[in-house]
Design a protein around this ligand. Structure first.
Ligand SMILES: Nc1ncnc2c1ncn2[C@@H]1O[C@H](COP(=O)(O)OP(=O)(O)OP(=O)(O)O)[C@@H](O)[C@H]1O
Ligand SMILES: [Mg+2]
Length: 261
């Protein structure tokens, strides 16, 4: 199915895929602070959409609305074709929105497979059942093997992993449970160059498997490498929308700073 692009796109009329997420005219006020002032964006199924914008543009506020942490002051959210009301992070997770926050939220002293199952342990067989543990470890192994993630062993403690390996486990956990949309707010900010490239490779493979991502990043090179489309935010507004193949880092900087509109 194809539908026309929204009118704020430079390439009006170009056919696009099915929308997994559509945010329509969302406002968010914190007292007298207007963090979001009529924001509309969408994310196509099986694609990576990026949001770029300067500090304070409203990116994290939008993420928090999409993950049920904040409620919008007004506006609408459609997820997978249906109106979505997200009153809590559990609501968001239930409809298939997973989020990777900057603080990795892995537990150092648990193994990789235990971290993958954190908060969603298989419940049959009693808490200490060996069969149940084996089943979780086996599922975890299958999940990571499918993603070609380079880790020592499913039984290794997360404490032993490098930053890139940890982030790979966190991303796998976020996408690995039938997430329909995975939101990543600065997923590689804390990583070195080689680790960042490994994590980007993983995101790219997941996209090739049909996964859908919303990526918030200050790293323009990364946005240019990974995304299919880019939404540019400034002062609580969307000031631009580009296909990644039709823009450049220079144009993004100009849009973000207001040198170009
Ligand atoms: N809980 C809050 N209470 C009051 N104001 C807030 C709150 N959260 C965000 N804001 C304000 O809303 C605006 C947008 O903030 P937000 O964190 O969404 O920006 P951002 O684009 O994520 O910036 P950065 O790139 O620095 O992460 C800022 O002016 C910020 O001070
Ligand atoms: Mg932020």
């Amino acid at each position: 199915m194809t539908i026309a692009l929204a009118s704020n796109d430079g390439a009006v009329g170009t056919p696009v895929g099915r929308k997994m997420l559509e945010v329509r005219n969302v406002h968010k006020h914190f007292g007298s602070v207007v963090a979001l002032d009529g924001v509309s964006i969408s994310v196509e199924e099986g694609k990576v959409a990026a949001i770029v914008g300067d500090n304070g543009a409203g990116k994290s506020t939008l993420v928090k609305i999409l993950t049920g942490v904040h409620q919008p002051t007004s506006g609408e959210i459609f997820f997978d074709g249906r109106p979505a009301t997200l009153r809590s992070p559990d609501d968001a997770r239930r409809i298939g929105v997973e989020t990777l926050f900057q603080d990795l939220a892995l537990v150092d002293d648990l193994t990789i497979w235990q971290n993958l199952f954190l908060g969603r342990e298989l419940t049959w067989g009693g808490p200490l059942s060996i069969t149940r543990k084996r089943a979780m470890a086996a599922q975890a192994r299958t999940m990571l093997a499918g993603l070609q993630i380079n880790i020592p062993s499913i039984n290794a403690r997360v404490r032993q992993l490098s930053g890139g390996q940890r982030q790979a486990v966190a991303i796998s956990r976020a996408v690995g449970w039938n997430a329909k949309l995975t939101i990543m707010d600065e997923p590689t900010a804390a990583l070195g160059v080689r680790e960042r490239l490994e994590v980007e490779g993983l995101i790219d493979r997941l996209r090739q498997q049909g996964r859908t991502f919303l990526l918030i990043s200050h790293n323009f090179d990364q946005v240019m490498r990974l995304s299919n489309e880019i939404w540019i935010m400034r002062n609580g507004h969307v000031v631009g929308h580009r296909r990644t193949s039709e823009t450049s880092g220079e144009e993004l900087v100009a849009l973000i700073t207001g040198a170009k509109s």
